[in-house]
Design a protein around this ligand. Structure first.
Ligand code: THG
Length: 379
């Protein structure tokens, strides 16, 4: 018997949880105290389907932290070392959030809904508590809540065709990381061109459970000939694509610089941001750790790597292996790892395997550059 995960008020379901069960969901994880599906047919079958067709994902666990008021932008800027002064209404922006020590609090997608109205679509940590604490302490003029909004993602190469059938051709005009309010059966939904895959697609921010259920059913009805299927963020696809998962690849003990997110920051700008001083110091001294990709070729690749397995040439070279998966396309085991900055790309590092053996993993960049690695796709 499989162990059961008990669904309660603390471990929240979404408007689509019962539908997922009817559709044969095989696994859930817990994300923001909510159910997030991880697997339908199998992670590998789901992967090929996502890369070839279109999937509808219940990502209701990506909660919104709503910040409204005259000081809304001030608070968002205080939380992120990325410059948001030029972000316009209708824009999505990837926002590493960092604390006064320059450590990551979360890495949400921010949506600027209006000049005094933001949503932070958060990864798995309680950002609304952090935001309320900051706002209360600094006596900012904002109200903060977690509204009843559940993102629904439509991802895959046929996503635009399906979305155009359901929402009309207006979806085609939405640029990457922009959103528009589109009508569906008399209800205006926020629709963004975004999502946690590199296969292309959209996210609908569903703010009405009943309408969201009708929308879900309609996406499946209208997508039948497109081979639409239920899906979820896919471990293989997102690791191949270099999309980082807060809590897995990096967490509150790492800075955005160590996490490879430096390119999103504006450390030389004159911004009133909590983490600015600490991050400038870290940049000037040079971060001691860095996130990298690891590749292990077959025949060792398909062996499971132990959970916290790192043994390397120097004991303190490595912090941990974050995510890992066998890539059926590139025929290598892929992993993310947080390692000492002293190690170089193309060095190798020794990894302990679950069975007690050891393998040499090649250190590389993340996102992976398979062409530079001379690893060919087997598709
Ligand atoms: N969509 C929404 N909310 C989310 C996620 C999402 N919340 C949790 C989690 N995902 C947040 N983390 C990320 C990480 C990466 C991206 C989005 C959310 C992403 N990155 C692109 C990239 O790296 O190429 C684009 C970044 C950019 O150009 O600004 O899409 O997926 N609603």
């Amino acid at each position: 018997m499989h162990p059961k995960i008990a669904i309660s008020r603390r471990l929240r379901s979404t408007p689509w949880t019962s539908r997922l069960q009817q559709q044969g969901v095989k696994g859930f994880t817990v994300y923001n105290h909510m159910l997030l599906p991880t697997e339908f047919e199998s992670v590998e079958a789901d992967y090929w389907h996502l890369c070839e067709h279109v999937q509808v994902w219940d990502v209701g666990a990506e909660r919104q932290v709503e910040i409204i008021g005259p000081d809304a932008s001030k608070l968002v800027q205080w939380m992120t070392p990325r410059d948001i002064t030029k972000t316009v209404v209708g824009q999505c922006v990837y926002l590493p959030l960092a604390d006064e020590n320059g450590k990551l609090i979360n890495d949400p997608v921010g949506l600027k809904l209006d000049d005094q109205h933001w949503w932070l679509s958060v990864a798995d940590s309680d950002v609304w508590l952090w935001a309320k604490g900051l706002a209360t302490g600094a006596k900012l003029d904002v109200t903060i809540c977690e509204p009843e909004v559940w993102p629904l993602a439509v991802q895959g190469p046929k996503a635009e065709t399906l979305m155009a059938r359901v929402f009309g051709d207006a979806v085609k005009d939405i640029r990457f990381f922009r959103f528009a309010k589109l009508d569906y059966q008399g209800h205006a939904f926020i629709v963004a061109r975004s999502g946690w895959s590199k296969q292309g697609g959209f996210e609908v921010y569903v703010d009405d459970a009943t309408q969201g259920q009708a929308l879900y059913d309609d996406l499946f009805a209208q997508g039948e000939d497109l081979n639409v299927g239920p899906g979820c963020p896919n471990l293989i696809e997102r690791l191949e694509s270099g999309l980082l998962s807060y809590g897995n690849d990096m967490d509150f003990s790492h800075s955005p610089l160590e996490s490879g997110l430096g390119g999103f920051l504006h450390l030389d700008a004159d911004l009133d941001s909590l983490s600015m001083a600490a991050l400038r110091r870290e940049r000037d001294a040079g971060p001691t750790k860095k996130i990298v990709g690891l590749v292990v070729p077959a025949p060792y690749g398909e062996l499971p790597i132990a959970e916290r397995p790192f043994s390397s040439r120097h004991d303190d070279d490595c912090n941990f292996i974050g995510s890992q998966v066998w890539s059926p396309r590139y025929k290598h085991q892929l992993a993310s790892a947080m390692i000492s900055s002293d190690l170089l790309v193309d060095d190798t590092i020794t990894i302990d395997m679950l069975d007690g053996s050891q393998v040499e993993a090649r250190i590389t960049s993340i996102p992976f550059d398979f062409a530079a690695l001379d690893i060919e796709a087997a598709d």
